[in-house]
Structure formats: C-alpha cells, structure tokens
Design a protein around this ligand. Structure first.
Ligand SMILES: [Zn+2]
Length: 151
C-alpha cells in the first residue's frame, strides 16, 4: 500500500515538473493557416525537414519578401537569398525580430533551430558558414515559406 502510494506520488511529481513545460512549449505554436498540407504541418509543428532540392523556391529569383506559411509574418527579404548548394532555400540574414532560436540536440548533433517569433512554427536551422558579414546561413524549409513578389 505504502509502496503504491510512493509510486503514485513520484509519478505525480514527475508530471508536475514536466507537463507544464511541455504544455507551455506546445501552446506557443498555433495553427493559424487552416489550409496547411500534412507535409507543411509535419515541418512547422513537429520539426520535420523537407527533402533537399524539392522546393520550387530554390529557383525563385524575383525581388520580394518571404513570409511564414502559417501566420504570414514577413521573415526574409529576397536581397538575403543566395544559392548555398545545399538543396534548401538559404538566406544570409533574417529580418529583425523575425525568429527566435533554440539549441536542438536531435540526431546526435548540436544545431541552432529557429522558429517564427509570431506563431512559434519551426522553419529551419541556422549555421555559421554563411557568405555575408555576419557569417550566418539560414537553411529554411521551402514549404514553410510563401513568397510575395514586390510588383
Ligand atoms: Zn509564423
């Protein structure tokens, strides 16, 4: 009886410690665009990655802005886009305040994951081998972006 109580007690302490964090973290991510495909949801809300060299945005050369596919926040200017050869749309810088970052330890690697500051949706990872002055390479899933040309 006592052992059972202890077991229950430790289980509830465990949930008390971890559930609010889990809840808070997931609560910051919200589906705003109801027309997202399953593939987009997998990437935006479950940190998925699209297959390289599949995005139509790789060949997008017009000037304009790249927006979040979920909440339409403006994230990148076409001025920052470049061909990194990796197979994912790449940018040397994001618009100020567009993203928040966190360290991602999945797949045995330490990488910096970034997500939309407005809706919390995952977009990609930022690396330190970019071509610009700040040396950043934002490696973004094309499916997470909507391109809006300037004219
Ligand atoms: Zn967003």
């Amino acid at each position: 009886m006592r052992r059972k109580f202890l077991k229950l007690f430790s289980l509830s302490i465990f949930s008390l410690l971890f559930l609010p964090y889990k809840y808070l973290y997931s609560a910051t991510k919200k589906i705003i665009n109801q027309n997202l495909t399953e593939e987009q949801k997998k990437i935006l809300f479950h940190e998925g990655t699209e297959k390289p060299f599949t995005s139509i945005l790789l060949h997008e050369k017009r000037s304009g802005f790249y927006h979040c596919a979920n909440c339409e926040a403006k994230l990148f200017s076409s001025n920052a886009k470049y061909d990194s050869g990796t197979g994912w749309p790449s940018f040397s810088e994001a618009l100020p305040g567009a993203f928040k970052t966190k360290i991602d330890y999945s797949f045995g690697m330490k990488r910096t994951e970034y997500h939309c500051a407005k809706c919390g949706a995952h977009h990609g990872h930022v690396f330190e081998d970019g071509p610009g002055e700040n040396g950043k390479r934002f490696c973004n899933n094309g499916l997470c972006l909507i391109f809006k040309p300037s004219n």
